[in-house]
Design a protein. Structure first.
Lengths: 318, 144
């Protein structure tokens, strides 16, 4: 069984607008009407669970939810056929807003809330429930930001618990949360570099620095490290190999980048859970991520489109 | 149709050592009238509902009455509830639990729900572990 953990899920609200102005005076036209909008459950683990469900693979989505927006997240996941196992909190699940300008969708504007403050008893309750789920887990995905009130070392603790239970861990987070969890030796590490192109304080701007940082994480005990090089390309470092996966897709074709990186990881997991070779999983993952990014819908549901995308992807051993 | 095709795939459950106060919080926030009780392996071991808590907070003679008009005021109920708020729920959990399995027919689930007058039934796998629940509304939704 695959378990995804999202400590800080969100309601992803997306607005498509003709143009967006920040007004300086009260005389200006201050109303922006959205031409379209969508609402969906979001967060790394949540997005991965939705993708897996759309591919016909079962997973259990876990995490912390609260208030009205918490019900939106749980309801959306259930409608997607995902098994839910969330702990209810006293706060309110956050809302993340994405503004997409028509014709320039490949440059989104994101406003992400930091999330509700979690009480100690709420994270304790989640850890207990998580421990129970680990009895049935073969893969665990730990992803996304850590909400206020939760110890920064929580992913490290969860990764250790999963490893002790015999599950493989995929970790996708950034900053300090990532640094703290590396000691637990997750199976796959995918640093979230949206805010800082760094890993353990080191810059990730060139292929050389990416490979060097990845090898350091492998030396810490991880089996696969995947680092985004650019929007349509990634570098994967394993114990024996370094792979560069690239798509020839022009960035202007991308319509919706929200969640695409999570689908990439979901695609890799989908293949690895079926014992596919790493390079095949990487190609499928990138194809799934691109198929999502090229559609208005946040998460791709069409296997044929993914298979078609795979034709434009090359994987090369560096 | 099989239970696995109509059930709500939710694993919200509690352990028998949580306090009554926490159970009320969970029932309220998860908007569930009752919740399965599971052991540390996730196996179904009991069931507890709002009704069980009300029964626990009411005077012992209440079961013999046919009307709430015999209760002098709500303070009596509130006082009793406050007394048990930090007690583990174990004492109030029903250990004889109705449940269905993933491969049971929807008719079997409907029969139990109607005959026993329950709002939902836990669904368990072959090892007795909780995998979801069938609600009355799940049956109605799939019949339409």
């Amino acid at each position: 069984m695959i378990v995804t953990m999202t400590l800080n899920p969100a309601v992803d609200k997306m607005y498509w607008v003709e143009g967006l102005k920040v007004c300086d005076t009260t005389q200006e036209e201050f109303l922006t009407r959205a031409s379209r909008s969508t609402t969906a459950a979001g967060g790394k683990g949540v997005n991965i669970s939705v993708f897996l469900s759309r591919m016909g693979m079962e997973s259990v989505a876990m995490g912390l939810v609260g208030g009205h927006t918490g019900h939106v997240v749980v309801r959306d996941l259930r409608d997607e056929g995902v098994t839910t196992n969330f702990v209810w909190t006293h706060g309110e699940t956050r809302v993340n807003v994405t503004l997409l300008q028509e014709g320039r969708e490949h440059i989104p504007n994101l406003i992400n809330e930091s999330g509700q403050t979690i009480r100690p008893e709420e994270i304790d309750r989640l850890l207990r429930r998580y421990k129970r789920m680990l009895n049935r887990a073969s893969w665990v995905v730990l992803g996304g930001s850590i909400p206020p009130g939760v110890d920064i070392g929580v992913y490290g603790e969860m990764a250790r618990m999963a490893k002790d239970a015999g599950a493989k861990v995929i970790l996708s987070t950034g900053g300090e949360a990532l640094t703290h969890a590396l000691g637990a030796c997750p199976y796959i590490v995918k640093p979230d570099t949206r805010e800082h192109m760094t890993l353990e304080g080191k810059g990730l701007h060139t292929v050389e620095t990416i490979v060097e940082a990845g090898k350091h994480v492998i030396a810490c005990g991880a089996e696969i490290v995947i680092i985004s090089h650019d929007v349509t390309g990634d570098i994967a470092i394993t114990r024996d190999d370094v792979w560069e996966i690239k798509a020839s897709t022009p960035t202007t074709k991308l319509k919706n980048l929200v969640g695409a990186d999570d689908v990439f990881l979901g695609g890799i997991l989908y293949k690895l859970a079926q014992a596919a070779p790493v390079e095949d999983a990487l190609v499928f993952g990138l194809a799934a991520g691109l198929a999502s990014a090229e559609s208005d819908e946040k998460i791709c549901r069409d296997m044929d489109v993914i298979m078609d995308e795979m034709k434009d992807i090359t994987v090369e051993r560096l | 149709m099989k239970v696995r095709e109509i059930m709500t795939k939710d694993l919200t459950a509690v352990e028998k050592d949580i306090p009554v106060r926490e159970l009320i919080f969970i029932l309220n926030n998860a908007e569930m009238p009752n919740v399965p009780v599971v052991d540390e392996e996730g196996r179904l071991s009991g069931f507890i509902s709002e009704k069980d808590l009300i029964r626990a907070a009411l005077p012992g003679y209440f079961e013999m009455l046919h009307s709430t008009s015999f209760i002098p005021d709500m303070n009596q109920l509130a006082k009793k509830l406050a007394q048990i708020a930090d007690e583990p729920i174990e004492r109030f959990v029903r250990t004889t639990v109705l449940s269905v399995t993933l491969d049971d027919d929807d008719l079997q689930a409907a029969d139990l729900i109607i005959r026993k007058g329950v709002k939902n039934l836990p669904v368990v796998d072959e090892d007795g572990r909780l995998v979801g629940r069938v609600r009355r509304i799940d049956l109605l939704r799939h019949l339409l």
